[in-house]
Write a protein that binds this ligand. Structure first.
Ligand SMILES: Cc1ncc(C[n+]2csc(CCOP(=O)(O)OP(=O)(O)O)c2C)c(N)n1
Ligand code: SF4
Length: 312
């Protein structure tokens, strides 16, 4: 028996996306019109279409409005501290490679305070999906300038306008070593769902820069404008397996975003590189049974919600 089958049923079956809606907090408290709703919807749809049982999935989040994602998704969840979703997600995946691990957080969480973890998780190509809610501000703490705020962006922390260039999340991801890099937008739920499905299925570190509008603190952001899907457009051509081609397309998309043109789609995909745990396995530097197995005993498992219900 594997560690996974000690958690879930392990049976293949049709999954309805409503199975991912929790009974305790089914209605998110995000502001009306927030792009975070789009991530939740796309994620539920993607997981259901991939026939993932909620108990096969672990969602690890950082701190921010985006960090509330796992409160609104009925799967295993770990709401960590600011910028630390990736180390927790990596540890979980290494302890139980059969678990579908998704990490998520904001641009402040992932590209700012957690930037070092982002770089090294990409470099090591851990087999997890990382969704960054990119709304170009710190939403939860009331709209401060973030690593993706454009030069000149005015906020409480930069009332005269930011004097900093924004980071280039796609390029940073590529040069750090991600083996799947994509950008999608909350205004485009079908593309978002398809990209999440590809990211989850991809064997290696999949990074999605997910443009999410924050109507409360960042009305001027460009995430609202109509997007172009580079895979559907005759004006853009990217060879997904070619780093130079991907890099050029990323630079174009990163520049265009702040000029009001939203270019989304898949930018890079390396299907030949081994994920970190596979690389370790090949070197004989990984236990033959999942580490998690050592801490599991048959039949002892109860979901945390059952405990909460009991004490309600
Ligand atoms: C170590 C630490 N520093 C600062 C904070 C305060 N804080 C909470 S959320 C947040 C930023 C949130 O912005 P972002 O990550 O972009 O997520 P969003 O709320 O926009 O989804 C900050 C600075 C904290 N919780 N912990
Ligand atoms: S503050 Fe912005 S990011 Fe946070 S819930 Fe409201 S709209 Fe969404």
């Amino acid at each position: 028996m594997s560690a996974f089958s000690a958690i879930g049923s392990g049976e293949e079956r049709e999954v309805d996306q409503n199975e991912f809606t929790p009974s305790i907090e089914p209605q998110p408290t995000w502001c009306p019109g927030c792009g975070d709703f789009g991530v939740l919807k796309a994620l539920k749809g993607a997981l259901a279409e991939l026939e993932k049982d909620p108990e096969e999935v672990l969602v690890v989040t950082g701190i921010g409005c985006s960090g509330k994602l796992n409160s609104y998704l009925d799967s295993y969840g770990f709401h960590t501290i600011h910028g630390r979703s990736l180390p927790i997600a990596r540890a979980a995946k290494l302890a139980n490679p059969e678990l579908e691990v998704i990490a998520a957080g904001g641009d402040g969480d992932g590209y700012g305070i957690g930037g070092n973890h982002f770089m090294h998780t990409a470099r090591e190509n851990h087999d997890i999906t990382y969704i960054v809610f990119d709304n170009e501000v710190f939403g939860l703490t009331k709209g401060q300038t973030s690593p993706t705020s454009p030069m000149g962006h005015k906020s409480k922390t930069q009332p005269k306008g930011s004097a900093k260039n924004p980071i280039r999340p796609l390029s940073l991801s590529l040069t750090s070593g991600s083996s799947f890099v994509a950008r999608t937008a909350a205004v485009n739920p079908n593309q978002a769902k398809d990209i999440i499905k590809e990211a989850v299925t991809h064997d290696g570190f999949s990074h999605i820069d997910f443009l999410t509008q924050c109507p409360t603190w960042n009305k001027d952001a460009k995430q609202y404008v109509p997007y172009t899907d580079i895979q559907q457009s005759d004006d853009h051509d990217v060879d997904l397996g070619d780093r130079r081609s991907a890099s050029e397309m990323m630079h174009e998309a990163e520049d265009a975003l702040y000029e009001g043109e939203v270019l989304t789609g898949r930018f890079y995909k390396d299907e030949n590189r081994h994920a970190y745990h596979e690389e370790k396995q090949e070197r004989g530097d990984f236990p033959s049974e999942p580490l998690a197995e050592r801490y599991f005993e048959d039949g002892d498992w109860e979901r945390s919600y059952d405990y909460i219900d009991r004490h309600a």
